[in-house]
Design a protein around this ligand. Structure first.
Ligand SMILES: Cc1cc2nc3c(=O)[nH]c(=O)nc-3n(C[C@H](O)[C@H](O)[C@H](O)COP(=O)(O)OP(=O)(O)OC[C@H]3O[C@@H](n4cnc5c(N)ncnc54)[C@H](O)[C@@H]3O)c2cc1C
Length: 462
């Protein structure tokens, strides 16, 4: 039997790669892992974590404004972008060190290097100019923002990576895209006082989410002062003599801004890694093609996380890592379960969602009950904030199974996490009805909507 340097070599030290390396090492496997940039990957360094910290920062102006109705006088507030960036940097450096240490603590060996495949059992570490061998190889190289080379002036644009570390907070920004990253950044910049325009080619922001929530979030964002242009794309971006940018969007409208941020999708990191040479099959979008167990077309090479373009979320990459370890090292073939994933959009207000949207449910079920409540949450009463919350349950009329739960409003992400449990367990509306409310909360609405607001039978609303 061939003797390799490692039982497992992992390429990519992000959410999925670090988890797989740590857990396999803790099993006593000889594990090496290479990261070309910073341990923690997209989520920790330039994704979920810094994003959420910036969301918190951007919420303070509304908290200050709301305080008056509760009797507080808040002196004129001021904001310092450099302080936020520096404090964010400190926090992600702390997390980065923990990620690396956790792998090492479990017995894994960490490399600071770009890695590429040489053959099915050999990985070249460019930073060290050496080649290591491994019995099993896991590719967890994630993704990166999709560029837009066809856009004249694209060289003046930034992506989410750069948005976190701008030298100065812009006075005005145009963000192109309608996915959750574009929407979240629009809310962040607006909350920090930036004149913000969101430009999206589709008919409504946040495709794939429930239409009710999409529309209501759109309206609420506009009410706050965020400009949203749907059915529009940027046609060119030009630098002005004063250093600002002119962005021309569909219809000839010119937006003069300090930054143009493109958030038009993400591409898997599969280039210049020797994958084709080794015979690894790719999908049409350049992602690594894997079977249900995350195995690539080469028997001992596996891929997890964003590089496989299944569901691009941190908990999914981590779950796929755990399933990979079960399959490859514990003799327990385990396919990741991508059904009924709870998720959030950290917009303002937030979206929390799990399961089928109303439109998806109608396509799949002939009798759909919709329970819907739209109300002003209690905390908006004394503050006078004119913002409503929306809660919605989508139920199969025949079995009463709750197919989807959708929330727009404060703490919706936290609620979605808890709703993920009953929906994953396949609980019914009767189970929700049997559950005692917690009073006074906004979430109690989820267990007190006793009668359907409407039903949709064979696609017809009754
Ligand atoms: C702005 C933003 C916000 C996000 N917010 C959320 C959120 O709120 N919730 C959520 O669940 N998800 C969020 N995500 C998605 C989440 O970050 C990803 O789904 C997750 O990080 C995927 O993990 P991964 O292990 O597949 O890849 P990554 O975390 O991207 O890790 C891949 C690592 O591989 C390294 N690498 C690449 N090529 C090589 C190579 N050849 N050699 C060595 N190293 C290499 C990269 O440097 C990177 O560190 C967000 C993403 C972005 C961009």
């Amino acid at each position: 039997m061939a003797v390799y340097d490692y039982d497992l070599f992992v390429i990519g030290g992000g959410s999925g790669g670090v988890r797989a390396a740590r857990v396999a090492a803790a099993l006593g496997k000889r594990v090496g892992i290479a990261e070309e940039y910073r341990y923690g990957g997209t989520c920790v360094i330039r994704g979920c974590v810094p994003k959420k910290l910036y969301v918190y920062a951007s919420q303070f102006p509304e908290h200050f404004a709301d305080a008056a109705g509760y009797g507080w006088t808040v002196p004129q507030a001021s904001f310092d972008w450099q302080t936020l960036v520096a404090n964010k940097d400190r926090e992600i450096s702390r997390l980065e060190a923990i990620y690396r240490k956790n792998v090492q603590g479990a017995g894994g060996e960490t490399f600071q290097s770009r890695a590429m495949l040489v053959d099915p059992h050999a990985v070249h570490l460019l930073g060290e100019d050496r080649t290591v061998t491994a019995d099993q190889i896991l590719i967890a190289t994630g993704g990166r923002p999709a560029p837009h080379p066809a856009l004249p002036g694209h060289e003046h644009c930034i992506f989410s990576n750069e948005a976190f570390d701008l030298k100065e907070l812009p006075d005005a920004i145009m963000i192109e895209g309608g996915g959750y990253i574009a929407v979240e950044f629009a809310n962040i910049f607006h909350g920090l006082g930036v004149d913000t325009t969101l430009v999206y080619r589709g008919k409504e922001i946040l495709s794939r989410f429930d239409m009710d929530l999409r529309r209501m979030l759109h309206e609420t964002m506009e009410k706050k002062g965020i400009k949203i242009l749907c059915h529009a794309v940027s046609e060119w971006v030009r630098k002005r003599p004063d250093g600002r940018l002119d962005a021309v969007v569909t219809g000839g409208k010119v937006l003069t801004v300090d930054q143009v941020m493109l958030a038009i999708g993400r591409l898997p990191n599969t280039e210049n890694m020797g994958l084709e040479g080794v015979g690894i099959e790719m999908t049409r979008t350049g992602a690594i093609h894997v079977d249900q167990y995350s195995r690539t077309s080469i028997d001992n090479i596996w891929a997890i996380g964003d590089v496989t373009n299944r569901v691009q979320l941190t908990p999914v990459a981590i779950h796929e890592a755990m399933c990979f370890v079960e399959t490859a090292f514990k003799g327990n073939p385990t396919a990741p379960d991508h059904e009924t994933i709870a998720t959030a959009v950290f917009s303002q207000p937030e979206i929390g969602t799990v399961g089928l949207s109303e439109d998806e449910a109608i396509k799949r079920f002939s009798d759909v009950e919709v329970y819907r409540a739209s109300f002003r949450p209690m905390r908006n009463t004394l503050s006078g904030r004119d913002e409503k919350m929306l809660m919605k349950l989508v139920v199969d009329g025949a079995s009463k199974k709750v197919l989807g739960a959708h929330i727009l409003g404060p703490d919706a992400g936290e609620m979605a996490q808890l709703l993920g449990i009953p929906l994953k367990a396949g609980l019914t509306k009767d189970d929700f009805d049997r559950t005692m409310a917690v009073h006074p909360t906004a979430a109690e609405e989820l267990v007190t909507m006793y009668k359907p607001t409407y039903r949709v039978r064979d696609g017809e609303r009754a």
